[in-house]
Design a protein around this ligand. Sequence first.
Ligand code: IPM
Ligand code: MN
Length: 373
Amino acid sequence: MKKNIVVIEGDGIGPEVTRQSVRVLKTIADKSGHEFNFTHCLMGACAIDKTGNPLPDETIEACLNSDAVLLGAIGHPKYDNDPSAKIRPEQGLLKLRKSLQLFANIRPVNTYPSLHHLSPLKNKNLEGVDFIIFRELTGGIYFGDKKLSDDGTKASDECTYTQPEIERIADLAFQFAQKPGRRKKLTLIDKANVLETSRLWRKTVKEMASRYPDVNVDYMFVDNAAMQIMLNPKQFDVVLTENMFGDILSDEASVLSGSLGLLPSASVGKATILFEPIHGSYPQAAGKDIANPIGSVLSAAMMLEYLGMNEEAQLVRDAVKWTLQNGFVTKDLESVNFYFTSTIGELICDYISEKIPDSIKKDNIELRKSTII
Ligand code: IPM
Ligand code: MN
């Protein structure tokens, strides 16, 4: 297969983690005979610096004409600390999601036995955790009318949802719950005791449930859900929720796996598909080669799956598991004996191309050093 992939490295650690994923995709191409053409485009703070625009038109155009987009991260402290800034990196990401009509953001949450000790939860609560969050991505409070009074003392953000917007993502979540291997359970998370939009979500999902008789549906208020994710995460299978609740709950859920740096995501909609780790631009780590590339590499694995390359996707996931099981982890997971971002990328590629010898001498895998003897 031949695929055109747009790469948006973005800001902060975006470039260094995305480079590892591109390298992994190139290794997959070499091994499998697929061909990937990469086109690099700008978005975020780096795009503002170069063009004055967080999302140049050429980037939208290139994404619309591609088979898939791989995104790093966007954001910069100079905007975070300046609430009055009119042009902001995040506007680029939101506009891209809207332009590509990426209405569903899919965030799987898994745990790894070798990382259980990093989670504040007890082992017994972590074993077997396997759920997936379907976060609505192009509606709700993120995209409603925003107002600030002339004297700057009153602000409002409107939250709006329409039934068709709820139905299209709910259909995807129901269908996912029906897949072989899933527990056929869907939990809608909302705040229907307070919010009108949440009541519309609940009503819509209730009406749809009869079309998916094999799926058990339950409903949970978001405050309770935030607690349940920590108390008993195993109870969740497919989680469906609106834009902002999904943003918050997915960061919370990453604590289960051990680090925010591990979680990938896929955004799907009507045409182009986009893949990005759920973490932000982590400016404090930028350029130091210490960020965790796994969230990005697993996003690339999701991309392969969506492009119909299931075996290749599985191989990437196996390679990631192998690094984690063997203690090849970045600083977020092991603050003393850690490996560099690029070393982890290289090890994943070596695993894919079967260059890992039976017995590895860890001493020889050093900072930025690739040779395994
Ligand atoms: C995410 C991020 C974004 C969001 C920001 C950077 C706008 O936190 O993808 O989760 O809130 O959607
Ligand atoms: Mn977020």
